[in-house]
Each structure stands twice: as structure tokens, then as C-alpha cells.
Design a protein around this ligand. Structure first.
Ligand code: HC1
Ligand code: SF4
Length: 575
């Protein structure tokens, strides 16, 4: 440990702690732009400069270690005027269209300009007109707004291991672009949207589609049905000033009803359905088709995209299950439509997702048209629905709670934990272990898949047999797991894992690219706690005990993995 002072406040921190982190401990907030706690500091913007009391030399607090006995000064006149000049230089290359920008009122540059009282721009404007890239269904790149902080590039390369984004050209012509200067849709981009979640300004944002949902709601000939993903309910409160992790399920149902949707369903129901199908698939492979193990989860579309592009040797190991989003859509346009005598062509399904990749998933694949029309018509991210709720004058935090509609809405605790890393695995284990042993679980919690380590491994004893699992989150972590499998197969060794869960985003969907901005591990921990709280308060904790799931099989699907289930709920992959 070392002890230093920050603006006169003594603080003791582990050796190696940056001055920026030590300042946080001391309750001193140093302004930053390029720094993000998820990423290694690379000190490009110069906002976080500080000095010590012995020298006039300015140091970057994000990338300089605090030293024993030093006294740091974080905001004298000189420091403030240098920071102001840094901001003014950035503003000289930045368009002034804040009022119509997607990040208006939620932009780190705008906030700093306000905090530093910038009322005029002393440098001549030197804008670099560049076209927007709207080629993907998920995110829009507006390089004109880019402040070259580098967060998106580092997230894409270091956390996701995708290398879709790059800085091209040099000097004042430096610009953000897809690597090799292709359109984003032709790049390695997997649409996870982590770039948009980490961008401090309006340079990368979700492709906004709320107008389509509103048009459907206002069309009297269209029956609108909405579904909410697990992770949305614990994050949307942040957009309304609530603490991360606040569970807003009941208020969200009320808000969506007030927006005018005809039916309110929940993706968590389909998460339970996924477990019925995927659990059955796992038991079959485990007991009869060991060569197709490990079974790998398929509900994260960014992961599916990555696998199809880079790891298609793993296709035989993939679950054939569609994601819960697509299963819910297919069930709405088949089971629900038939039961209520509505032509599926007259139904418009809107998904509320924490995820930009879900937009691509809904449009992408021939298999997602199982009833002759799209399973899901439009996907809105948490950020988009929050804006729509605000513009409709709905006061979400103070709404009364209401219930989900029946048929495709009721969910178990297993369904809701899909929203966190390890949740799909834990939900599957609850059902698979119970089915294999033929017993009701005395304790439904499985600790092995839980936690924030990038790769988690565990071994379970199920009816005298070993079941080995791996859970990976944050796309860059998956190759280690896959390489372990590849090596074992090549050497003819025993399989290292029987079942693998992969989620592209750190923390799973609670850390999704369409969630409210500003998330770090502290935020993710709170959202995760909200999800586990939802699980714990559920009366039914296992998917195979959800009464509405049992009815759906009895009335419509038959058995898990039946012909009808395969028609509606399963898919293939591009090789
Ligand atoms: Fe997810 Fe899933 S958990 S993929 O992160 O399997 O988006 O929340 O909806 O489909 O259920 C996302 C979340 C979500 C699906 C489920
Ligand atoms: Fe989307 Fe969840 Fe996958 Fe992230 S982890 S890309 S939010 S499905």
C-alpha cells in the first residue's frame, strides 16, 4: 500500500494505483474523456492532467501511478486553463448541432463544455465532413462527431477481439472507420454495440427505429404485441435517474400498455421455452450423441455472428435453438395468433432489448420467418424505449405496477437470470439436472456459472456422471475456451467441457450495447443483483415448472424437440 495526498486529502491505496483512481478514493473527481474503467488507459485526450507540489510538470492522472508521500494538485488555475484549451481544441473540430444529436443531454463532451463554462470558441472551426455509415441494421457510425478518444477502437479490439474499427489516415485527417475502410456491414463487426455503449459523444449510436413501432401502434388494422428482454428491467431505471439494478418490470408493463400496445408479453417466458428445448438437446447429446458435445449456447446473436465468421468449425456443437427473442416472436405469430384467431400478417411484434445485435438477428436469417412472416418486426433498445416513454410524458418511476398478459408472459426465476453471464447455463442446469436425476432440486442455485471472471469453469456430479461446464463473456475471452476444445479433439483426449455458454458482452446482456450509457463493473454488479433479486422472489424457479410453458407444450407444441417445436423454435447456421 502507499499513502499520498490529493488536494490535501490523505489517501492510502494499493501500490500501482493510478493517480486518477487514488483521487476517486479521496473523493476528488478529475475530468476525463478518453479514459474508461473497462479499458487500459492510453492517455490520449489530456483532460486528466495533474501535478505534484514539487514540480510544474503536468502528468496524466489516468496513466501515472500514485507515489508514496507525494502531494498531488488536481485543479489549480494552470491545470484548469490547460483543460479548457484541450476542450476548445476538440470543439473546434466538432459540429455544433447538439440539439439534434442522439446524445443531446447525455454527452460527456457537452457536459464538460458546460462544466468549464465555455461560452465561445476561440479557435476557428475546422470541421472534416465525413459520411455517416448506416450500412448495418444495428448501429450508425458518424465519424464527423468522433473526438478520437479511441474508446470504441479499444473496446472492439481488446474487450471484444473483433478488430472491426480502426483509426485511418494521419495527423489532422485521422478518422474513425471500419478497418480496411469498407462499410461497417462488410467489416468483421458483430453488431454487439459495445462501441456505442462506450462512445462518450454522438459518433456511434443505435440505429433508431422507434417511429416504426409508433406507426404500428397507431395503425388500427395492426395488432401490436411487445416483449421485454430479461436485462432491460434492471437498467431502464437509470435513464430516469434511478439506481442501477432497480427492478422495473411491473412499471414497464404499465408504461407499454399506456404507449398503446395491444398485448404485453415477456421474453423471459421464451427463455423458459429455450431451456425446455436446449435442455432436451443437451440431455440427448450427453446420453446418446457424445460426439456432438460440447453443446454451445446460441442465444447471443453477436456470438452467433462471430462464430459463423471466425469459428465455423464449431457449428456442429451449436445448439439449434433460436434465441428467446425469436422463439417468443414465432410463438406470438403461431400459437397466440391461432388461439385468438388473428392472421399473423396482422400482428406486429416489437422487442425491447438491451442489445443492438438483436436488431440484426430479427432481420437476418431465413429461419426467422417460421410463420411466413418475420418472427419479430422491430427491435428497440433500452435507450430507445426510454426515450419513447419520456417523449410520451410517461413518468416511469412513479407508475403503478401491473401484470404481464397471459399465454406468453409468465416466467420463472430461471427465465430471468438469462440476463446475466452464467444465467443461461444455470437455468439449463436447473432443468437438466432435475430431469437426469428425476428429482426436484433441493437447492436451485448453481454457483459455478456465477461471477464476473471472463471464463468460468465448473464440474458437477450428476447422477454419478461428471458434467463439465464453461461460461465465457466478453467476446475476446471465447477463443481460449474454443482452443481448449480444439486441442482436446485433435489429441483425442477427454472433452474439457460438455456445455459452454457464451455471451458477447461483459456481464452478459445486463452489459449489452443498447443499455443506458455510463456502465462500468459497479453498474453491472448492481444490474446483476437486480436480476438475482427477480429470481429469488419468483415463486417458480425452474423453467420446466412454469405452468404456462407446460400448457404451451400440452396445447400446441407437443413434446420438447417435437416436429412443431423444430419448425418454430430451431434454426440452422451459415457455414
Ligand atoms: Fe438477452 Fe436473451 S438473455 S440474449 O442477453 O437469451 O438481448 O436480456 O433477450 O433472446 O431471454 C438480450 C437479455 C435476451 C434472448 C433472453
Ligand atoms: Fe446482445 Fe446480450 Fe449478446 Fe450482448 S451478450 S450482444 S446484449 S445478446
Amino acid at each position: 500500500m502507499i499513502t499520498c495526498t490529493i488536494d490535501g486529502v490523505e489517501v492510502t491505496v494499493p501500490a500501482g494505483t493510478s493517480i486518477l483512481k487514488a483521487s476517486k478514493e479521496a473523493g476528488v473527481k478529475i475530468p476525463t474523456l478518453c479514459y474508461h474503467p473497462d479499458l487500459h488507459p492510453w492517455a490520449s485526450c489530456g483532460m486528466c492532467i495533474v501535478k505534484n507540489d514539487r514540480s510544474p510538470k503536468l502528468m496524466r492522472a489516468c496513466a501515472t501511478e500514485a507515489v508514496e508521500g507525494e502531494a498531488y494538485i488536481t485543479g489549480d488555475n494552470e491545470i484548469i486553463s490547460v483543460r479548457k484549451a484541450v476542450l476548445e481544441l476538440i470543439l473546434s473540430e466538432h459540429p455544433d448541432d447538439c440539439l439534434t444529436c442522439g446524445r443531446n443531454n447525455n454527452c460527456e463532451l457537452q457536459t464538460l463544455a458546460a462544466d468549464f463554462g465555455i461560452r465561445e470558441e476561440p479557435f476557428d472551426k475546422n470541421l472534416h465532413p465525413l459520411p455517416k455509415d448506416t450500412s448495418t441494421p444495428s448501429i450508425v457510425l458518424n465519424p464527423e462527431k468522433c473526438i478520437k478518444c479511441g474508446r470504441c477502437v479499444h473496446v472492439c479490439q481488446d474487450l471484444q477481439g473483433v478488430y472491426a474499427l480502426e483509426f485511418l489516415d494521419r495527423g489532422e485527417n485521422t478518422r474513425l472507420a471500419p478497418a480496411a475502410d469498407v462499410q461497417l456491414n462488410d467489416s468483421p463487426c458483430i453488431k454487439c454495440g459495445q462501441c456505442s455503449a462506450h462512445c462518450p459523444v454522438g459518433a456511434i449510436y443505435e440505429k433508431s427505429e422507434w417511429e416504426k413501432a409508433v406507426a404500428a401502434i397507431n395503425n388500427p388494422d395492426v395488432h401490436t404485441v411487445v416483449q421485454i428482454a430479461p436485462a432491460v428491467r434492471v437498467a431502464i431505471g437509470e435513464a430516469f435517474g434511478l439506481e442501477s439494478g432497480s427492478l422495473m418490470t411491473g412499471q414497464l408493463y404499465t408504461a407499454l400498455r399506456r404507449l398503446g400496445f395491444d398485448k404485453i408479453f415477456d421474453t423471459n417466458f421464451a427463455a423458459d421455452l429455450t431451456i425446455m428445448e436446449e435442455g432436451t438437446e443437451f440431455i440427448k447429446r450427453f446420453t446418446e450423441e457424445q460426439e456432438s458435445l460440447p453443446l454451445i449456447t446460441s442465444c447471443c446473436p453477436a456470438w452467433v455472428d462471430y462464430m459463423e465468421k471466425y469459428s465455423n468449425d464449431m457449428i456442429p456443437h451449436f445448439s439449434t435453438c433460436k434465441s428467446p427473442q425469436q422463439m417468443e416472436g414465432a410463438m406470438i405469430k403461431s400459437y397466440y395468433a391461432e388461439k385468438h384467431n388473428i392472421d399473423p400478417k396482422d400482428i406486429y411484434v416489437v422487442s425491447i432489448m438491451p442489445c443492438t445485435a438483436k436488431k440484426a438477428e430479427a432481420q437476418n436469417c431465413d429461419d426467422m420467418f417460421s410463420t411466413g412472416c418475420k418472427d419479430v418486426d422491430v427491435v428497440l433498445t433500452t435507450r430507445e424505449i426510454a426515450r419513447l416513454i419520456k417523449m410520451s410524458g410517461i413518468d416511469l418511476p412513479n407508475l403503478p405496477e401491473s401484470d404481464v398478459d397471459s399465454l406468453l408472459g409468465t416466467y420463472s426465476g430461471a427465465g430471468t437470470i438469462f440476463g446475466v453471464t452464467g444465467g443461461v447455463m444455470e437455468a439449463a442446469l436447473r432443468t437438466a439436472v432435475s430431469k437426469i436425476t428425476g428429482e426436484t432440486l433441493p437447492k436451485v442455485e448453481f454457483e459455478g456459472p456465477r461471477g464476473m471472471e471472463g471464463v468460468k469453469e465448473a464440474e458437477l456430479d450428476v447422477a454419478g456422471q461428471k458434467v463439465r461446464i464453461a461460461v465465457a463473456h466478453g467476446m475476446a475471452n471465447i477463443e481460449t475456451v474454443l482452443n481448449t476444445v480444439r486441442a482436446a479433439k485433435a489429441e483425442g483426449k477427454e472433452l474439457p467441457y460438455h456445455f459452454i455458454e457464451v455471451m458477447a458482452c461483459r456481464g452478459g446482456c445486463i452489459g449489452g450495447g443498447g443499455q443506458p450509457h455510463g456502465a462500468d463493473d459497479e453498474t453491472r454488479a448492481k444490474r446483476t443483483a437486480g436480476i438475482y433479486q427477480d429470481d429469488e422472489k419468483s415463486v417458480v424457479r425452474c423453467s420446466h415448472e412454469n405452468p404456462d410453458i407446460l400448457t404451451a407444450y400440452k396445447e400446441y407444441l407437443g413434446e420438447p424437440s417435437s416436429h412443431k417445436a423444430h419448425e418454430l423454435l430451431h434454426r440452422s447456421y451459415r457455414n
